[in-house]
Design a protein around this ligand. Structure first.
Ligand SMILES: Nc1ncnc2c1ncn2[C@@H]1O[C@H](COP(=O)(O)OP(=O)(O)OP(=O)(O)O)[C@@H](O)[C@H]1O
Length: 323
């Protein structure tokens, strides 16, 4: 069974046009002008059970709009969508209990006066989680998200990183099968972001959940998502393995070499060098041959072949497009 099936999805918003200045402000009270924003234009993709898919694109590409539609918050202008065989915007209780939508920009809603434990209890009642399941899931989440010291704290007193951990716990306490994660590491420091990534990876391994994840941080995408869907101006530009996108956009690999004397100019373009270490940019189909020549010609201490940094690949995709 396909978990997420999207076909010909389009969404346009009618946004009021407001000109600046007092006269224009009064004018808009009498006669409102609108402009049409085409956020999604004929988007199609399918996601199978247990897949973790990175949904990436520049600002305003349509990622959050798609997630809102898939989680039943927005009704699209047109198109067919099935998530767990349900139409999301019909918001059937049975469906809502099987999915979760977590936004890094606002991970915990509701009354900020409640403690974390009260909020978890509230979720238990709302989602009808049997007490034994609640207890066992909470034990796992406490451990994976290091929640124990936070349980008696009020939501309003949590730091950004703590809010994200709590937001995930609130979303996962009812064990959803499909997880929509919108920028789960936004604003977090390197360590906190790494912990969230590790948690998502463990959760997926343990539960087999299906995940659609947006992020502007390539570390999230690179470490969690074997498959990428790249969207730009509301249209899907790429859907496939991460490695293939890399190969398509960057016909080079990097050879990182530590050697006495240095490689010299005839082995490839040197893109970085320091203290006996050089990074060479070499066409993909010449990597094996260049590596063997390097090993024969030089006193090599260390050698590694690397993909170009994902940031560079994606930046190129955003700036130059894929068509
Ligand atoms: N409620 C709305 N009314 C009018 N336009 C909207 C509304 N919501 C989104 N849009 C527009 O739809 C387009 C897609 O927005 P969306 O938030 O889905 O982008 P995004 O890919 O999530 O961007 P970001 O990476 O900046 O979060 C943008 O042009 C945005 O301005």
């Amino acid at each position: 069974m396909t978990v997420i099936d999207v076909s010909g999805l389009s969404m346009s918003f009618r946004a009021p046009v407001r000109k600046s200045g007092l006269r224009a402000a009064f004018g808009s009270l009498v006669r409102r002008e609108y402009r049409e924003v085409q956020a999604l234009d004929d988007v199609s993709f399918a996601i199978e059970p247990g897949e973790v898919v990175g949904f990436i694109g520049p600002n305003g590409a349509g990622k959050t709009t798609t997630m809102k539609i898939l989680s039943g918050i927005l009704h699209p202008t047109s198109g067919d969508v099935r998530v767990l065989e349900s139409v999301p915007w019909q918001r059937r209780t049975g469906f809502l209990k099987r999915i979760a939508f977590v936004r890094g920009s606002q991970p915990v809603g509701g009354s900020q006066e409640l403690t974390v434990m009260d909020s978890l209890e509230y979720q238990r009642l709302l989602y009808d989680v049997p007490q034994p399941d609640f207890g066992s899931t909470l034990t796992v989440l406490e451990d994976l998200l290091r929640l124990t010291p936070l349980l008696e704290r009020q939501l309003r007193a949590l730091s950004l990183g703590e809010r994200m951990r709590v937001g995930l716990a609130l979303a996962l306490i009812y064990r959803p099968e499909v997880l929509f994660l919108d920028e789960p590491t936004i604003g977090l420091d390197v360590t906190a972001a790494g912990q969230i990534r590790e948690f998502v990876s463990d959760y997926v391994t343990e539960t087999g959940a299906t995940v659609l994840l947006t992020s502007h941080y390539m570390a999230d995408v690179g470490s969690l998502c074997p498959r990428l869907i790249l969207i730009d101006q509301g249209r899907v530009e790429y859907d496939g393995p991460l490695a293939e996108l890399s190969a398509r956009l960057s016909p080079y690999k990097l050879i990182r070499i530590t050697a006495r004397g240095g490689p010299g100019p005839d082995f490839g373009e040197v893109v970085e060098s320091s203290d006996g270490m050089w990074v060479l940019r070499v066409p993909r189909d010449e990597v094996a041959q260049t590596t063997s020549r390097l090993l024969q010609a030089l006193d090599v201490v260390d050698l590694a072949v690397e993909e170009p940094p994902l940031e560079k690949v994606i930046d190129r995709a955003y700036r130059e497009g894929l068509r």
